[in-house]
Design a protein around this ligand. Structure first.
Ligand code: 5MM
Length: 342
C-alpha cells in the first residue's frame, strides 16, 4: 500500500526521532573535509556517509530520515549495497535535497534566491523511483542594514511554495526550509531582530503555501531558531532563545503542520541540543518539535573520524552520542549531566 503524505510526515517527526541532514553539496562537504585535511572524492564522500548510515543504534533508535545529496542517493556501500537500502533496513526514510542552491538575487545585491524549479517535476519522479519519500529545499535570508528586502522574502517564499506543491503532487513530503542566517557576512544583529525577520519570513511562507494549496498535514517545516547573530556581542540566554522561538512559531505556524524540525545554523552541537530540549520542556505545543541538524549532528563525528578507517568505530560512537542527546531533547528530557554519563 502506498503511504500517504500525512503518514510519512508523521513518521519523520515521530516521538524522540529527528532527521540527519547529510545533503551537503560537493562544495560544502569539501569545506568540512578540509578541516580534517581529507581530499573530497566520490569515494571519500561515500566512506564518510556509509560510516554514518552504518551506525545502527543511531539510525534505528534516534534518526527518522536522512536528507541526501543527488550523488549519495545513487551510491553503493563498499560491499555493493545501495546506501538507500542500508538506511531503509535501519527503519530510516530516505530524503533528497532538490534545490540547486542559493544564487544572487538580481536587483538586490547581497541577497540570495534559491533555484531549482526547472525540470523539478521530472527529477522528483526519478527520486521517488530511487526511494526518496521526502525532499528538502532551503531558502536563505540574510539580515544586514536595511535587509532583508521584501523582494527577497517574497521570491524565496514563492519558490518554496512552488517546490512544495510539486513534491506533494509526486507523493513526496516537502521539508520547507526558510533559513534566516545567524552566521551571515554581517551577523551582528540581536535576537529581537532575528525574531522580527523570522516572523515576517514565516508569515509570508505560509501565505504562499496557502495560495499554492499545500496540504499542511503532509509537510514538515525546517526553520532557524530565534537567536542573535554569531557576531552580536549581546548573546541571549538559552531560556530566552527557547521562549522567543516558541512565541514566534506559535504566532506563525498553523497547528495542522505535524512537525517542526530545526536546522542548527552554526550553533555548537551541545547548544543546539539544549535549545531544543528547553523548547520541548515548555510543552503544550500543537506540533512535534525535533531536529534536522547537519553540523550539530556531524561535527564531532567528522573530527573523531579524521578520514582514517581505524577511527570508524569512535566516529560512529560520536555520531550516536549526538543523535541520542538530540533524541532526549526532542522529548524535553536532555540534561547537561547526560553529556558526561554517555
Ligand atoms: C547539511 O547542509 C545542508 C546543505 O548545505 P549546502 O546546500 O549549502 O551544501 C543544509 O541545507 C542543511 O540541511 C541545513 O542548513 C541545516 O544544516 P545545519 O548545519 O544548519 O544544521
Amino acid at each position: 500500500m502506498t503511504e500517504t503524505l500525512e503518514d510519512i510526515a508523521k513518521a519523520m517527526v515521530a516521538p524522540g526521532k529527528g532527521i540527519l541532514a547529510a545533503d551537503e553539496s560537493t562544495g560544502t562537504i569539501k569545506k568540512r573535509f578540509d578541516t580534517i585535511g581529507l581530499a573530497s572524492t566520490p569515494d571519500s564522500r561515500r566512506d564518510y556517509r556509509e560510516m554514518l548510515f552504518q551506525s545502527k543504534e543511531a539510525m534505528q533508535e534516534y534518526i527518522s530520515g536522512v536528507i541526501l545529496f543527488d550523488e549519495t542517493i545513487r551510491q553503493k556501500a563498499a560491499d555493493g549495497t545501495p546506501l538507500v537500502d542500508i538506511m531503509k533496513a535501519a527503519g530510516c526514510i530516505p530524503g533528497i535535497k532538490v534545490d540547486t542552491g542559493a544564487k544572487k538575487l538580481a536587483g538586490s545585491p547581497n541577497e540570495l534566491v534559491t533555484e531549482g524549479l526547472d525540470g523539478l517535476r521530472e527529477r522528483l519522479a526519478e527520486y521517488y523511483e530511487l526511494g526518496a519519500r521526502f525532499a528538502k529545499w532551503r531558502a536563505v535570508i540574510t539580515i544586514a542594514d536595511g535587509l532583508p528586502s521584501w523582494n527577497c522574502i517574497k521570491a524565496n517564499a514563492h519558490g518554496l511554495a512552488r517546490y512544495a506543491a510539486l513534491c506533494q503532487e509526486a507523493g513526496i513530503v516537502p521539508i520547507v526550509e526558510p533559513e534566516v542566517l545567524m552566521d551571515g557576512p554581517n551577523s551582528n544583529h540581536d535576537i529581537d531582530r532575528c525574531f522580527e525577520v523570522t516572523h515576517w519570513a514565516l508569515r509570508t511562507v505560509f501565505r504562499e503555501l496557502n495560495d499554492a494549496r499545500i496540504n499542511l498535514e503532509g509537510m514538515v517545516l525546517k526553520p532557524n531558531m530565534i537567536i542573535a547573530g554569531q557576531k552580536c556581542p549581546n548573546q541571549a540566554s538559552a531560556e530566552e532563545v527557547a521562549e522567543k522561538t516558541i512565541k514566534c512559531l506559535k504566532e506563525t505556524v498553523p497547528a495542522a503542520v505535524p512537525g517542526i524540525a530545526f536546522l542548527s545554523g552554526g550553533q555548537s552541537a551541545e547548544l543546539a541540543t539544549k535549545h531544543l530540549s528547553l523548547m520541548n520542556a515548555i510543552g503544550g505545543l500543537p506540533w512535534s518539535l525535533t531536529f534536522s541538524y547537519g553540523r550539530a549532528l556531524q561535527a564531532p563525528a567528522i573530527k573523531a573520524w579524521g578520514g582514517k578507517p581505524e577511527n570508524v568505530a569512535s566516529a560512529q560512537q560520536a555520531f550516536t552520542h549526538r543523535a541520542k542527546m538530540n533524541s532526549l531533547a526532542a522529548k524535553g528530557a536532555w540534561q547537561q549531566s547526560h553529556e558526561m554519563a554517555e
